[in-house]
Design a protein. Structure first.
Length: 266
């Protein structure tokens, strides 16, 4: 089960002149682009798409910083900062300010995390522990790391993997990062904060607004097949290029365009 944040750019705001609620108007506008919002069929996804259902906002409802959150064409989020909304005309959004906030937060996190890591230069990455665990498993039982799940050989490799995770998290620096709220939910915090400060902050700035993909006002999709955060240089370069492209598209939208955050479930 995965959730993907999608931004849909409509050419103009939904029509609510007949008394239709904004939410209902969006549910009328979006199905031609996404299909029906709720799929209750069998185990297979609907034909022609890889997601089984979608909803406006969802876990990504706080998508945009709005200068007038009380405007009738603004769809608010249910929780959080009232200025962070789910849908609104581009003319009412301050995307630059949203990027600036994310950049300042990233700079602070990088400074604090690297202060900890500099005091603990012996700290190793998660991948280093996992690699040694795989090597131990192979020495003890050749072929165990490629064995089928639930076999005795697989259990040997799984035990080494669990031990590697435990050893990584037991490091003083990793414990301090965790206590400071500086862990990285997608993987290794040591790798995450190893990027140069300028690059780290720039990536955070450009990731403040776009999600996994964007549908532009002409109905075209823009996105990456897979957004990797594994830490390898090629993947991170691809991610930065993707984010720059997405932000360029967002900044080129006319003021009468309308942005909606959508939660895609797959």
């Amino acid at each position: 089960m995965s959730h993907y944040r999608l931004i849909v750019a409509l050419p103009e705001p939904p029509d609510i002149s007949a008394g239709t609620t904004l939410g209902d108007a969006l549910l009328r506008e979006l199905p031609p682009l996404l299909g029906e919002p709720d799929y209750a069929g069998g185990d297979a996804d609907p034909a022609g798409r890889w997601w089984d259902w979608w909803m406006v906002g969802g876990r990504f409802e706080n998508g945009f910083l709005c200068t007038d959150p009380d405007h009738p064409l603004v769809l608010p989020a249910e929780d959080g900062d009232p200025r962070m909304v789910t849908a609104a005309p581009v003319s009412l959004l301050d995307l630059d300010a949203q990027r600036d906030v994310r950049a300042r937060e990233a700079a602070d996190r990088w400074d604090r995390a690297n202060g900890i890591l500099r005091r603990r230069p012996e700290t190793e990455t998660l991948s280093a522990f996992v690699l040694r665990g795989r090597e131990r498993a192979e020495r003890a039982c050749p072929g165990s790391t490629a064995a089928h799940v639930r076999t005795p050989e697989w259990r040997i490799a799984e035990a080494e993997r669990s031990a590697a995770l435990k050893a990584y998290h037991a490091q003083d620096a990793v414990r301090e990062l965790r206590e400071a709220g500086l862990t990285h939910f997608l993987g290794c915090a040591v790798d995450h904060y190893s990027a140069p400060r300028e690059e780290f902050v720039e990536e955070a700035r450009w990731s403040a607004v776009p999600g996994w993909a964007l549908i532009d006002t002409g109905g075209a999709w823009h996105g990456m097949e897979h957004l990797s955060d594994a830490g390898d240089d090629e993947a991170r370069r691809a991610l930065r290029e993707h984010l720059r492209h997405m932000n360029t598209l967002l900044d080129a939208l006319p003021g009468d365009a309308y942005l909606v955050t959508v939660d895609l479930h797959a």
